[in-house]
Structure formats: structure tokens, C-alpha cells
Design a protein around this ligand. Structure first.
Ligand code: CU
Length: 296
């Protein structure tokens, strides 16, 4: 009896811990654990603030569908475990049932998870299609992952014709306001409210990287010898950071991504400056049509 009493009190302690935890999360949010816009904030809980419609859709998919499903399933399994511990322990249930098959139960535990997966798959595939099926885009930037930095090429036929390397700042003499392991010497600049196509690849003699800007909903592998495409349309001006997200080698952690989204006038001004600044690294790259390459 004493043992049973201990079990009950342990169960009660567990439940109160869970209730305490669920109470803690909204309280923590109210205390200002706000998600960052350009990069993850300290003590942030939840996804980063989306700055593109794609990222908004991804966050909504996570917050409104995945998280509730995962929470319900976790609580259901926890409830089942607690029930089994009390109802079917040796003392409460000395003569166990010899049942080995129950058709109804087996159908249920196959069909219900299947239905849950279908419910997840439909919006998931819709989102994936939106990400990889490119709409009419306004401009293109070519991104090349190298060991270990990024090169951005602004194609010649799009008023560019230059390229530049984007390297991590010297971490030993970081200026005030600059972010550790995120700020770079040369940011890529794009105009706000325009659909930007990114053509992403990696150095031919290099390794695979992954180009990610969370707030813009961009994630695509950079593979040597392969031209991947993805797009985004930034809704707000600002600087958006990302990091290489594929373990690519010794300096994987030191090749951040920084995209500055500016007004159209500011972009035109930057473009004129950049053409002079990066004139030594002029590039003849023009926009490739990946879809046409696949068709051939
Ligand atoms: Cu990398």
C-alpha cells in the first residue's frame, strides 16, 4: 500500500511539474522572450519573426498545425503511460490478459497515424511547391558556397556584372553593434518587395554547403556542379542573417550569410557603388535558366 501511495504521489508530482511547465512558457513569453527579426534573440522561444510570405506560411504551418498535433500526441502518450503504470502494475493486475491480437485496435493504430500524416502532408507539399516552383521573379542573385565564405554574383544582364566575396568580420576587433559570428564585410543587397531568385551552387572543387536565411524562409543546398533555385520576397527592409546549415568542414561555423533589404532607390545607389567597388572582380555571368536546362 505504501508503495502504491508513493507511486501516486510521484504521478501527482509529475503532473504538477507538467502543469507548472505549461504555465511557465506563456509567462516567459509575456516577460519579453520575443523572437528576433533579423537573427535569433537571446532566450527566444519559438520561431523567428517571418519577413517574407514564405516564412510566414512556414511559421503558420509549424504554430497552427505541427505544434498542436505534437502536443496532443505527447500528452496522449504520457496519459497512456501513466494509466498503464497504475492500472497494469503487478499489484493492481496480478493475472495479466493473454490477448495477443485485437483486430479493431490494430486497424485503429494503423489508420489513425496514417490520417494524421495525410493531414500534415497536404499543407506540407503545398508549401514545398510554393518554395521550389518559382514565380516570375524580378531579379536574380547567384550564390556560390566556398571554403569557407560565400560569393555573390549580380548577373551582367540584370544591370550587375560584378561579384564579391562575403567574409566573416575579424572577431578580435568587432566594432560596436556588430554581431559576433553573423556580421560580414560585404553584405548582399536586394530591394524590398521584389521577388528575388537565388541561384545557389558551390565551388566546383569544394564541398556541399546549405544556404539558409530563416526570416526570409530560404533554405537550399549549395552543391558543386549543380545549380539550385529558390526565391523570396522580403516584405520589410532590414538586415537578415543566416548561417551555412550543412556540416561542410573546419570553418562551417564561420561563414555567415547577411542579406540587406533596402528601398528601390537605396538599391539603385548601392548597385552604382558596387559596380565601381567590385570592378576588379567583374563577372560575365548571366542568368541561367535552370528549368530550361532540365528540359533539354
Ligand atoms: Cu558551409
Amino acid at each position: 500500500m505504501q508503495a502504491r501511495h508513493n507511486l501516486v504521489s510521484t504521478g501527482a508530482a509529475c503532473l504538477s511539474a507538467i502543469t507548472g511547465l505549461t504555465g511557465f512558457i506563456p509567462a516567459a513569453l509575456a516577460q519579453g522572450f520575443q523572437p528576433g527579426l533579423s537573427h535569433a534573440a537571446k532566450d527566444q522561444i519559438g520561431m523567428m519573426q517571418p519577413a517574407s510570405t514564405m516564412a510566414q506560411d512556414m511559421v503558420a504551418f509549424h504554430d497552427n498545425l505541427l505544434l498542436p498535433i505534437v502536443t496532443v500526441i505527447s500528452l496522449f502518450v504520457l496519459g497512456l503511460l501513466i494509466y498503464v503504470i497504475f492500472r497494469f502494475n503487478e499489484r493492481a493486475n496480478p493475472t495479466p490478459s493473454r490477448t495477443t491480437h485485437h483486430t479493431g485496435l490494430e486497424v485503429a493504430w494503423t489508420v489513425i497515424p496514417l490520417l494524421i500524416l495525410v493531414v500534415i502532408a497536404i499543407p506540407s507539399f503545398r508549401l514545398l511547391t510554393k518554395q521550389v516552383a518559382l514565380p516570375e521573379t524580378d531579379m536574380t542573385v547567384k550564390v556560390t558556397g566556398k571554403q569557407w565564405y560565400w560569393t555573390y554574383t549580380y548577373p551582367k544582364d540584370q544591370n550587375g556584372g560584378f561579384e564579391f566575396d562575403s567574409n566573416l568580420l575579424d572577431q578580435t576587433k568587432l566594432a560596436a553593434g556588430k554581431l559576433k559570428l553573423l556580421d560580414v564585410d560585404n553584405e548582399a543587397v536586394v530591394p524590398v518587395g521584389k521577388a528575388i531568385r537565388l541561384q545557389i551552387t558551390a565551388d566546383a572543387v569544394g564541398v556541399i554547403h546549405s544556404f539558409v536565411i530563416t526570416a526570409l524562409g530560404v533554405r537550399m543546398d549549395a552543391v558543386p556542379g549543380r545549380l539550385n533555385e529558390v526565391w523570396f520576397k522580403a516584405e520589410k527592409e532590414g538586415i537578415y542573417y543566416g548561417q551555412c546549415s550543412k556540416l561542410c568542414g573546419k570553418d562551417h561555423a564561420y561563414m555567415p550569410i547577411a542579406f540587406r533589404v533596402v528601398s528601390e532607390q537605396a538599391y539603385a545607389a548601392w548597385l552604382a557603388d558596387a559596380k565601381k567597388k567590385f570592378a576588379s572582380a567583374s563577372s560575365d555571368v548571366t542568368v541561367a535558366d535552370a528549368a530550361a536546362t532540365i528540359r533539354q
